[in-house]
Design a protein around this ligand. Sequence first.
Ligand SMILES: [Zn+2]
Length: 163
Amino acid sequence: MEKKTLNKSCCGSKIETTRLVEKNSLCPVCGENGTFVKNITVKHMVLDELTEQVSNNDYFLCMNEECDVTYYNTESNTKFNKQQVKVPLWFKKDANPKYACYCSKVTEGQVIDAVLKDGATDMKDVLKITGAMSKSQCQKKNPLGKCCHPMIQAAIDKALSMK
Ligand SMILES: [Zn+2]
């Protein structure tokens, strides 16, 4: 009996720490698990007048399409909604325009047109026709701080399936 108690308290602190980290990644409004985004990306994505409100921590991004919250950091208790970022987030409801490449401001519709109307069949054609990824600044311009490549590919796949 005594042993059991000891074991429990020994693992207990570890479990608490894990929970704490997990809890930080949950959206304070909808409770869904967010995606990690670097601080530099958040500072570039929020409206200029809000830049000072961004703490020096890294943030999480709520990917729930129904939720108004975008970047949040529970440690510094800061969060921003979708009206407080410079560009529409493609995965949020009613995103307009829906960008496939944020760096060069190419929309999903432009990529689809390149495939359906201009006969592009692969990434190389699409980049040439649309000018996507010609100004690679993903860390500052893409809401996830990651390369736009997978989103462009997804738009190409979508267009090819419509053919
Ligand atoms: Zn949320």
